[in-house]
Every structure is written in structure tokens, then in C-alpha cells.
Write a protein that binds this ligand. Sequence first.
Ligand code: NAD
Length: 444
Amino acid sequence: MQASSSAGNRPAPRPATGRLGVLTPGLGAVATTFIAGVESIRRGLSKPIGSLTQMATIRLGKRTDKRSPYIKEFVPLATLDDLVFGAWDPIPDDALTAARKAGVLQDKDLAPIADFLSAIKPMAAVFDQKYVSRLSGTNVKKGKSKRDLAEQLRQDIRDFKAKHKLDRIVMVWCASTEIYIKAGPQHATIEQFEKAMDRNDEAIAPSMLYAWAAIMEGVPFANGAPNLTVDTPALLQLAVSRGVPVSGKDFKTGQTWMKTVIAPGLKARMLGLEGWYSTNILGNRDGEVLDDPASFKTKEESKLSVLHTILQPELYPELYNGFSHVVRINYYPPRGDNKEGWDNIDIVGWMGYPMQIKVNFLCRDSILAAPIVLDLALFMDFAQRAGMKGIQEWLSFYFKSPMAAQGLQPEHDLFIQQTKLKNTLRHLMGEDQITHLGLEYYPS
Ligand SMILES: NC(=O)c1ccc[n+]([C@@H]2O[C@H](COP(=O)([O-])OP(=O)(O)OC[C@H]3O[C@@H](n4cnc5c(N)ncnc54)[C@H](O)[C@@H]3O)[C@@H](O)[C@H]2O)c1
């Protein structure tokens, strides 16, 4: 593609040479659906529906230029054939067994790739039931201290890279939601964090050890769960100083994705909101973990933040002051991964007349999450080759609870997030930003 002025003197992103390892802590419903999907697509058996890196185009220049290449042709991304998968899980099931137990994909889709999936066996995990009380596992590392466990993860990363002759690796957290932890002095600086690892401080959760190990190995880290994990001053400082991109938190899939589509629509038309009640039922292992109040609190915090930042009651008090927002998740085993969500939205129109919107979303959680894992893996790898480090706010599009620089409000509106993502790609590739200015035929 032709480079132009907007990226200034920024060097062009390094090309995607060689193979890219994708490591996931967690080999459960989301991770196996992602891996099985990529392999099925590689064999020509499925289509990458839901993935921007595989299906979306990006408009470049003026509308009259008629330039809209696929993102994957515009940006040097790793191809699906370049990807090599690995995982850690306290449950020793290989990816085929884990996929069957997760019950997301049908046997007609798993059978043709059974050989491939059964060869993926999880490495021993850093796991502690204190942080995910509903799970127990046998495939767990032992170590003298949390630092020792994290060093073992670093060794796993190096061994995986050598064994598969990989050029680069990215890590995407697809493991269970841990209990709610607030950032404390242990997370304030990297020195305090490392001391806390040495003395086995409770504030250092397993997910933080994976994130630390990834950053130390120069591996970009994306967090698909709402855990604090990499969202602390200590690990962000480490990521910036080591030139590693990080992103999170919590994949934006079912109900929250819908919220970030509908709420901007209400606000765009200056319609008021009195209340938004969301409830859903799901019966997978994630639902079981979230049935524990400590894990649910982590998820609830993540889901509740969305509406306030989109609707900005401080700017629009007459429309949005004091609306009530309730989120419930109920574990209901018969549904498995096929979640059902109900939203009741009480809105207010002209002269204060009330109206209601009801949304009944019968979604498949992991089917929505899998393409997000793929896009994050490819974009995080690209970000590193483009010289980006620290929080990747342009990937907020994929997260329920996007990480933002200290003191800044995260962006939740899906459409602003999409513009930010595409404009960042344009910028990094030396193309002009698209402003959507309506003056094309009226030059001044
Ligand atoms: N499916 C979605 O739409 C969606 C959306 C947003 C976030 N998430 C999050 O993604 C994560 C994965 O979801 P899922 O449906 O695959 O859950 P899952 O329970 O099927 O899989 C999670 C796996 O992580 C493993 N695990 C737990 N602690 C671990 C550790 N310390 N190290 C390594 N592995 C560990 C578990 O044994 C399990 O196999 C959850 O945290 C979930 O909240 C999922």
C-alpha cells in the first residue's frame, strides 16, 4: 500500500515473517472453540465469521477513490497458516476432550479435526483454588514461591518457542474469572510487585503471574476475563519499559456487546433512560465459576461500568441522572454454552413519555468470543511489530471493560471504538485518517 503523510516519520511495521505461537492460559470453551475454528477454516471447512482481521475491509482515502482493501491485505498480519497453539490448564484434558466437554461445537465439526485437537495437551497450570473456588485440577505446577511459579511459566514460553521454531508469541487469557481483587500497594510498582511474588502475597493472583511472565519474555498479553491481571501500575510500567503491548479486559460478547450498540443509539437521539435490567442464564463452566459471589463481583464490576461512560450523566443530567442498572447472571446447567439473555430497557421520549425496549438474545457465548481471540492475537502481534507498547486502547472494541491510561475514561461506544481501531490501522500504515466530513464536493 502507498504510504502518505499521516504517520510522519514512524517506521513501517516489521513484516510478519515465520510462525506465530498463540498461548492461552485456559483450554476451556472459548479457547477450544477458537483453536478448532482456526483449524477448520485452514482446512476449508468453515468461514471466519465474526472476525475483522479475516473478513472486514477498510476504506482508504476519499470515497471517490474506491479503495477498500481487506484489513488483512492492508496490514501485515500473520496468516492463519502461521499460527501454532499451546495452552495451560489445571484440568489435563487435551483440546478435543475439552471441546467435547464444553459442548459448544458439534461432533460433525470436531470429527474432521479430531487428530489435530487431541495433539494439543495443556501444560501444567499455575493455579490456586483460592482464586477460583469452584474449580479443582490436578495438572498444576508446584513451586517454592509465586516468583518460582512465574519463572516456570517463562521457561514454558521459551520451550514452546524452541520446540515449534516460532518467530513470535502472543498470549491471550482464556482462563476462568478470578475473585475480585482491588489494586493495592503490592501492585503500585514493579519492585513492590516482585517482592510480593517472593513472599507469596495473596494480592498476587495466578493471572498476574502469567502476565508478568509474558511481559518478561517480550510476549504481548491480552486479558479476556475481567480479572485485574495486567491492569496495574506495576505491570503496565513493566510492559512499557520492555516494549510490550498489553490489552484487556473481558471479551465483549453477548449482552454487553448489545448494550454498547443500543446505548449509543439512545444517546445519539437524545432519548432518556430510566432503567436497564439485564438478566441471563447460562450453564457452562464459566457460569458455574460465576455462580460464586466472589467471581461474580469481578464480572459485575466489568458489566456495570458500560452504561455510565457511554451515556455521560454528568453532561446530560436531565436524560441520564440516576438511571437504575441491574445485571444478573444465573447458572442454569441445562443451557450449557447457549446463553439466553433478557434486557428490559425503560426509555423516555418527547415530553417525558415512557417507552420500553425488550431484547431477548439467544446467543452462543464461545461462538461470539472465538473470533475475538483470533483478532486480538493477530492485532497484538501486529502492534508489537509496529513498535507499540503498553495499553492498546485501539483494541477497546473487543473488551467489556477496556483498559485506559490512568485518569482517562475508557471508551465503551462500539462505533467510536471501531473508528478508533480503523484509524489506528490507517495511521500505522501511513494513510490519512477518515474524518467523514461532508464537504467533498464543496472545496473551500
Ligand atoms: N465466552 C464468552 O463469551 C466470554 C466473554 C467474556 C469473557 N469470557 C471469559 O473468558 C474466560 C473463559 O471462558 P470459558 O467459557 O472458556 O470458560 P471455561 O470454564 O470453559 O474455561 C476456562 C478454563 O480455564 C481453566 N483455568 C482456570 N484457572 C486457570 C489458571 N490459573 N491457569 C490456566 N487455566 C486455568 C479452567 O480449568 C477452564 O478449563 C472466562 O474468564 C470468561 O469469563 C468469556
